[in-house]
Write a protein that binds this ligand. Structure first.
Ligand SMILES: [Zn+2]
Length: 436
């Protein structure tokens, strides 16, 4: 690694910006200031800006030529990191950048300080060469690792917008195999409570005659979990956006699903699950019961329980709407309960997101990677949930003007194709997250 690069990244890494630990609150701010300083040093403007209860590193770098008419790209990354514990398992200081066998070791070096640094460095190189073809808007937060919503709230009210967005918070499928993540799944979390009587009963006296709340809860859950074919009931599969042939061809280049399951010691859900690993996790909804509470587990007893509760989460496939699927699952749960059972269901959802693979920004990104790395990135999706993605997609949908960025053979030519800055006409490209 180049000495200057190494020194700069080391400085960023050395700030212990652990958002989960209140003692590091000032360090998180310092890391945000570090990002702003860098942007200012390379000729941009930037300010660590209070927003809600936290702050965002917001910065602008103008295009080298004709910035008034150049398209704008929003750039997101985060400057906070996970706690380094357990520290004794580290072979080197987590906050000291260390290179061993070509690999960089440090807390946050792959999530997300290394990526943020590379984006800043790319901007610097283009500015120095007087060849930055787009206006850059940096919007970085310091609470990604604790599930903060500051960036989502900011996107919702931001008036300046962009024609494309890069979320750089991930890695590569394998060495020399880059990928663009086009979609995320949504998430609906359910709490279910069942009551079937006034007080717990003795099964010797009432068993066979009185309702048991645990049995009712099991029936409720059985109505929503995947069937023997591994798929959820039809009402929960409504609206799925089928993958395009280009996406399917990308997925066939990914490591085989059987291996993905086996390396985690997991067993396939059904006979087709391994073969369909990527369609199942990228493009199908899934549902997992996450906990059940009831009775007196661990004790041999004869209680007939009249109260039970449990939680399940439903991952929504791209294309699905929480406002359709949320009530549909609730109805299946309620309908499964017998007369006399009181069932209380509460849920809360985050939508999925999907960017079309033929979007101009995606096509430009594919070409740019191919020109620089000599390899075309795979088009993948994330099985996880990331609130910033649907927030960006929603802003794009709410804009009246179509995205003005145009596909062309190289990034440089987009300058001549630009139609100015539309309000939040955003196409987001998320580089592949480390395989979570
Ligand atoms: Zn991250």
């Amino acid at each position: 690694m180049d000495e200057t690069w190494r020194a700069e990244l080391s400085e960023f890494i050395a700030i212990p910006s652990v958002s989960a630990m209140p003692a590091h609150r000032e360090d998180v701010k310092r890391a945000g200031e570090w990002v702003c300083d860098f942007i200012r040093r390379i000729g941009g403007t930037a300010e660590l800006t209070p927003f809600g209860e936290k702050e965002l590193a917001l910065g602008d770098i103008r295009a080298s030529t004709d910035p008034e008419n150049a398209p704008t790209v929003l750039v997101y990354g985060h400057f906070d990191v996970q706690p380094p514990a357990p520290v004794e398992l580290w072979e080197s200081d987590p906050f000291e950048l260390t290179i061993r066998d070509e690999w960089a070791y440090a807390r946050g070096v792959t999530d997300d300080k290394g990526q943020v640094y590379i984006l800043l460095k790319a901007a610097q190189k283009l500015v120095e060469a007087n060849a930055l073809p787009v206006n850059l808007r940096f919007a970085c937060d310091g609470e990604e690792e604790i599930g903060g919503r500051t960036i989502v709230d900011w996107i919702t009210i931001d008036d300046d917008g962009a024609q494309a967005a890069v979320i750089f918070d991930g890695g590569m499928v394998a060495r020399d195999v880059p990928a663009l993540e086009l979609a995320t799944r949504g998430l609906i979390a359910y709490d279910v409570k069942v009551r079937t009587g006034e007080r717990d009963l003795h099964s010797g006296m009432y068993g066979g005659a009185a309702l048991n709340a645990i049995h009712v809860l099991l029936r409720c859950f059985d109505a929503v979990v995947a069937g023997p074919d591994g798929l959820l009931p039809a009402p929960l599969r409504e609206g799925i956006a089928a993958p395009t042939p280009e996406e399917l061809s990308s997925w066939s280049s990914l490591p085989p699903g059987a291996g993905e399951l086996a390396t985690q010691g997991a067993r396939p859900l059904d006979p087709k699950a391994a073969e369909q690993f990527y369609t199942r996790t990228f493009a199908e909804p899934s549902l997992d019961v996450n906990g059940i509470l009831g009775g007196k587990p661990g004790l041999r007893n004869t209680t007939l329980s009249v109260y039970a509760s449990g939680e399940f989460t439903l991952r929504l496939a791209p294309g699905q709407d929480p406002d359709t699927i949320g009530p549909a699952a609730e109805k299946l749960v309620r309908d499964a309960a017998p007369a006399g059972a009181e069932v209380d269901v509460a849920w809360q959802g985050t939508p999925p997101s999907l960017v079309r693979p033929d979007s101009p920004a995606i096509q430009l990104a594919l070409q740019a990677f191919e020109e620089v790395l000599g390899v075309r990135p795979l088009l993948v999706r994330s099985g996880g949930t990331l609130p910033i993605m649907p927030a960006l997609v929603a802003r794009r949908a709410s804009t009246r003007r179509p995205p003005s960025i145009r596909s062309s053979r190289s990034c440089r030519r987009t300058r001549s194709c630009a139609r100015g800055r539309g309000r939040s006409a955003t196409t987001s490209v998320r580089t592949r997250a480390s395989r979570r």
